[in-house]
Design a protein around this ligand. Structure first.
Ligand code: AKG
Ligand code: FE2
Length: 325
């Protein structure tokens, strides 16, 4: 896989500490930087995010613990129509992306956790009965990442010249999910990846730093570059929902991952979405007479049904009308 490695500066680091501490002027300053990054790169690192390092460490360890189980134990929790549970190795093929066609199934297995909303009619997550620590850790991590994403919403709102609380009520029951992925060490044939080139469907994705490298992003010039490990940061990227909501102004940048190292690689991306019934209609500050809406209006739930139907083999039959992208 061709790539450049001297690319640390290509993906900027944004320090959230001052804005989170409420230092006067910091919200506006951070929002201006975030706007520029999202209009030019679509990927960044965040520092001083406030998520405890030992919780991140424990989530990686429990992910390894889950995947170390015998296959039949994992298959007993096979992923369902709500995308909760275990997705077997090569159980997904990236088809939603217009970037790379003809992909082979992805060389990874994953466990998906959805938000457990008290009182809501969501189906429960599927947990291995004999791994209570796995469940407790995954839920604690899910909660911490949801809190982090919600703390970041005012920065995104101000980056888009909207009132600081603009997104809060639209994202207070987020349709989010946590993916606990295992990429075994592999050598890949043509069109084969740990996860093929794609953009995420999310509002934003928060990806904890990985000790084992393997993530690459595609620059606006079309070059694949490594996303180097920067300790104590998260990688954050804009997903398709925010791209559409901003009428294309915030970039949803393509990326891919693989594991050509001798050790197993785990990734624990948290995909933050607005509420399922939030309508994704171009934001008022992202349209004008010369820049009309580019995407069809859809709720988050409608968009996600399409996205999942494209990519996950067990959901391929039920497909609502495709979005025009
Ligand atoms: O494995 C990684 O570093 C990134 C994974 C990813 O892009 C995804 O799961 O959407
Ligand atoms: Fe991704």
């Amino acid at each position: 896989m061709s790539s450049r490695t001297d690319t640390a500066a290509a993906i900027p680091v944004l320090d959230l500490g001052p804005a989170f501490a409420g230092i006067p002027g910091a919200l506006e300053e951070t929002a201006a930087k975030l706007r520029h990054i999202n209009e030019t790169v679509g990927f960044l690192y965040i520092a001083n995010h406030g998520v405890p390092a030992d919780l991140i460490e424990a989530t990686f360890a429990q992910t390894a613990r889950f995947h170390a189980q015998p296959l039949e134990r994992k298959l007993a929790l096979k992923v369902d129509a709500n995308m909760q549970g275990y997705l077997p190795m090569r159980g997904s093929t990236t088809r939603s992306s217009t970037i790379a066609q003809g992909n082979k199934p992805n060389e990874n297995e994953a466990f998906f956790v959805k938000r457990e909303t008290p009182g809501a009619e969501t189906s429960p997550n599927r947990w291995p009965e004999d791994l209570p620590e796995f469940r407790a850790t995954a839920l604690a991590y899910f909660g911490a990442l949801e809190a982090l994403a919600k703390r970041m919403l005012p920065i995104y709102a101000r980056a888009l010249d909207l009132p600081a609380d603009y997104f809060d009520a639209l994202c207070n029951q987020p349709f989010s999910s946590l993916r606990l992925t295992h990429y075994p060490s592999a050598s890949y044939s043509a069109n084969e990846y740990g996860i093929a080139p794609h953009t995420d469907s999310s509002f934003i994705t928060l990806l904890a730093q990985n000790k084992v490298p393997g993530l690459q992003i595609r620059t606006q010039e079309g070059e694949w570059i490594d996303a180097p490990v920067i300790e104590d940061t998260f990688v954050v990227n804009t997903g398709d929902v925010l791209h559409r909501w901003t009428n294309g102004r915030f970039l949803s940048t393509a990326h891919r991952a693989f594991n050509t190292t001798p050790t197993p690689r785990y990734a624990i991306p948290y995909f933050f979405h607005p509420n399922p019934d939030t309508l994704i209609k171009a934001l008022p500050t992202c349209v004008d007479a010369n820049n009309p809406p580019r995407f069809p209006e859809q709720t988050v739930a409608e968009y996600m049904a399409w996205f999942r139907g494209q990519n996950y083999d067990h959901l391929r039959k039920a497909q609502p009308p495709a979005a025009a992208e």
